[in-house]
Ligand binder design. Structure first.
Ligand SMILES: C[S@@+](CC[C@H](N)C(=O)[O-])C[C@H]1O[C@@H](n2cnc3c(N)ncnc32)[C@H](O)[C@@H]1O
Length: 236
């Protein structure tokens, strides 16, 4: 099982925030209200810095990014030598961990137009790319070995603006179905899809739909639960 606690993200300017995770929307609105520098610690040692541009999802204080990063850095997910797609990359912390683990190439992809400064991170090499696009629609079939997606955790029925902080934390469930299909298309045979998907207990039929969609593109006998978090208030 992934040891999420091995990774910690800190804000470089240790400024006090008005809101915390309990006020989820306000917390993220405040976090994304300006560019913020972060430092990533692995087993309490700083390993790299990442700029989170204004409006882009900020993984500080969250749960999923740390789990992905710990999985990669502890080699529970093997990124070495792989062609990696960091889908919904935000500030890029997941793909940056793959660079650390000597992936052959990492493509960072997100719909938010403000992700481009990621290109300037000193870890990025010539072969890596940063792209603004809807999921991975411009990527070629069978061109990746490993894809990551940390889906926004809350489900809503309306559409959102691509340049809003909202697209980092709210999802229209069509996003999940489209992503499964797209990732199924761009992964080479034998490729792996690592995703974080949060399902609320009162949405069990949605879980079944997601599993059916996955079964159309992936071998579910290889499905592994790498990490999970329960919550006291009845949310799965
Ligand atoms: C929960 S955040 C995760 C960000 C980053 N991977 C991390 O762990 O910090 C979800 C990301 O998905 C992106 N996203 C939402 N809809 C998208 C779409 N249609 N195509 C590509 N990215 C999308 C958001 O902009 C956001 O960066």
């Amino acid at each position: 099982m992934i040891r999420q606690e091995d990774v910690r993200i800190i804000l470089k300017e240790g400024e006090a925030l008005k809101y915390d995770r309990k006020d989820y929307l306000k917390f993220h609105e405040e976090l994304s209200s300006k560019d913020r520098e972060t430092t990533i610690l692995f087993q309490e040692e700083p390993i790299f810095d990442a700029l989170v541009p204004q409006g882009v999802f900020n993984p500080y204080g969250g749960i999923a990014a740390q789990a992905f990063m710990s999985g990669i850095l502890n080699e529970i997910v093997n990124a070495k030598g792989k062609r990696v797609l960091d889908l919904g990359c935000g500030c890029g912390v997941i793909g940056l961990c793959c660079l650390f683990k000597e992936s052959a190439k990492v493509v960072f992809s997100d719909l938010h137009p403000n992700i481009m400064p990621l290109k300037n991170n000193p870890l990025i090499r010539e072969q890596d790319e940063v792209k603004v696009q809807d999921l991975c629609v411009e990527e070629k079939d069978n061109s990746y070995d490993l894809a990551f997606m940390s889906f926004p955790s809350r489900s809503i029925d309306r559409l959102m603006e691509a340049d809003s902080y909202e697209i980092g934390i709210l999802r229209n469930d069509d996003l999940v179905f489209r992503a499964i299909e797209q990732v199924g298309r761009v992964l080479a045979p034998g490729g792996e899809f690592v995703f974080f998907y949060r399902i609320f207990n009162n949405s069990f039929p949605l879980y079944l739909e997601v599993m059916s969609k996955l079964a159309a593109h992936f071998d579910l006998t290889t499905l592994k639960l790498l990490w999970y978090a329960g919550e006291n208030d009845g949310h799965g």
